[in-house]
Every structure is written in C-alpha cells, then in structure tokens.
Design a protein around this ligand. Structure first.
Ligand code: GLU
Length: 284
C-alpha cells in the first residue's frame, strides 16, 4: 500500500456531473480511501467560454450528496494564474517553448502541427505557445492497464501550453496544479490516456517527479459515444443518490452488497477496491 498518497478529482465546470464523471469521482475517491490517502477536489475553471454558471457549486453539492467528502480546501484553477505564468516562464527560460501563429486552416491541412512548417508571428501579435517536445514520452505504466503505448506522431507533437486567445492550456494547468498540490496518484477516465504522455513530458521538462496513473473505463451512451457535459448527458439526481451510486459501482466492477445508505455502500466499496498501490511512478 502506498505510504504517501494524495489523489484528486478535477472536474471542469462545463455542466453538472453525469454518470461518466461520477464514475471518475468515485474511482478516484475509492482509490484514495482504500490506500489511506488524501482526496482533493479541484475545479478546472480555466476555459470560461465552455463553462456553465453555477456548475461548480452543483458539482460540489452532488459530491456531498454521494458521500464523496473531500479533504482540505477546494482549489480553483482561475486562482492559480500566477503559478501557470511561472511555469511558462520556466519553460521559456529553458527554451522549451516557442510561439506559433499557425491558423486553424493551416493546422487542418497539416493534420498534426509541424514545427518545420510553423509560422512564427511578429512579436506583439497574438500567438499560441507550444511545448518543444524534444524528448517525447511514448509509453507509460498504468496501474490497471499495464504498459500503455501511444501513437508516436501524436506523442511527439509540440502541443499547446498557452492558447492564442490568452487562455492557459489544460496540459499546462493540470501538471502545474498536480505538482503544486503534491498529487501522487491520478485516477481518471480513459479519454485522457493520450494526454498522459504529454503531461509526463512536461513533468520531465519541469524536473518534477511523476504521478502514478490509473485510467478508468469510460461510460458510453446509447450512441456508443462517451457521456460528456458537452453532449448534454443527463445530470445525476442528487435527491436520490442510491441508484446512480450503485450504477457507478457496477461500472467499476464493484458489488452493491449493503445498499441501506450511501455511507454503507461506500464503506463496503472501499473494502472491495482492489487497486492497492505499491507500484513505481508511471514512466518506463
Ligand atoms: N478537467 C478534466 C475533465 O473534466 C480532467 C482533468 C484530469 O483529471 O486530469 O475532463
């Protein structure tokens, strides 16, 4: 069992939680509790155009109703801009980033971004910042999936760390916060598997030690697509949490043996959680 464990759930407030995000919240909570760890909640509000007013409080109310009680203060990414600027400055000082003025149209024509064809706009003009991905990470060890290998071209892309519209990119913010909050274990949905190799590259560039990763199965809708807030997946019902909690447990392969209350279900789920962790951090 890990001797030092800090986990987190990091929802974007683009809408209320749906069954898919409940599975991610529950999986990360159970893993933290089963490993005697701390469980933090971070609201990833770095993309105002995609956010829904009030979604942050709705998410926190839902977590409470489902007995998913977090440790410490909630962190809001909108309060962490100084830390992101410092990380951008550190990368620039190590010449690990560069300005890119490629338009959407150019990028579409190229498929993936190509450093060779990149258009550098004149100083003072809006530009995205890209990570100079000179030592790409192609594989890592996932606690559930074992060795994970990611497509070479994608893994080696110079991904964006600061957007042309001035917003911080998810990859930069998530790594910066996970480092600053001392997160040791990341448990999240399979949709972020590819992002993990980019994030590991950023840890390396920033000289920080890696987390352990566990990617959970995704909940798919009737159309076979991942449930998402953008697809307007049904919000879960806070008033009657037992059915959705049992459903979320079933997705995680857990039996609902004592469904007399939310707390009874959760404490039994903790005893059933089998991903006790004594593994090494993620990178090969
Ligand atoms: N904010 C991201 C999302 O809601 C998750 C970030 C993460 O777990 O790394 O999809």
């Amino acid at each position: 069992m890990a001797s030092h464990y800090i986990g987190r759930f990091a929802p974007s407030p683009s809408g209320p939680l749906h069954l898919g995000s409940l599975v991610a919240a529950l999986g990360s909570f159970l893993d933290a509790r089963a490993n005697n760890g701390r469980w933090l909640v971070r609201i990833e509000d770095i993309d105002p155009p995609r956010e829904m007013p009030g979604a942050d409080s709705a998410i926190l109310r839902t977590l409470d109703a489902f007995g998913l009680h977090w440790d410490g203060e909630i962190r809001y990414q909108s309060q962490c801009h100084a830390a992101y600027d410092a990380r951008l400055a550190a990368l620039a000082a190590r010449q690990q980033s560069y300005r890119c003025g490629c338009t959407r149209k150019q990028l579409k024509a190229q498929g993936l971004h190509s450093r060779k064809d990149c258009q550098t706009p004149p100083e003072g003009q809006p530009a995205a910042l890209r990570f100079k991905n000179d030592a790409p990470v192609y594989r890592f060890t996932d606690r559930r999936l074992g060795a994970v290998e990611v497509g070479q071209t994608l893994a080696a892309e110079d991904f964006i760390i600061h957007r042309k519209d001035g917003l911080y990119a998810y990859q930069l913010a998530v790594v910066s916060d996970d480092i600053d909050q001392g997160v040791t274990h990341v448990v999240r949905g399979l949709d972020l598997l590819d992002a993990t190799v980019w994030q590991l590259g950023l840890y390396n560039a920033l000289g920080a030690s890696h987390c352990h990763y566990l990617h959970l199965p995704l909940v798919l809708g009737d159309d076979g697509q991942k449930l998402s807030k953008q697809n307007h997946a049904d919000p879960i019902n806070d008033k009657a949490p037992l059915p959705a909690l049992k459903q979320a447990m079933a997705y995680l392969g857990l039996k609902a043996r004592d469904d007399s209350s939310v707390d009874a279900l959760l404490s039994d789920a903790i005893t059933q959680w089998s991903w006790l962790d004594d593994s090494q951090p993620a990178q090969a």
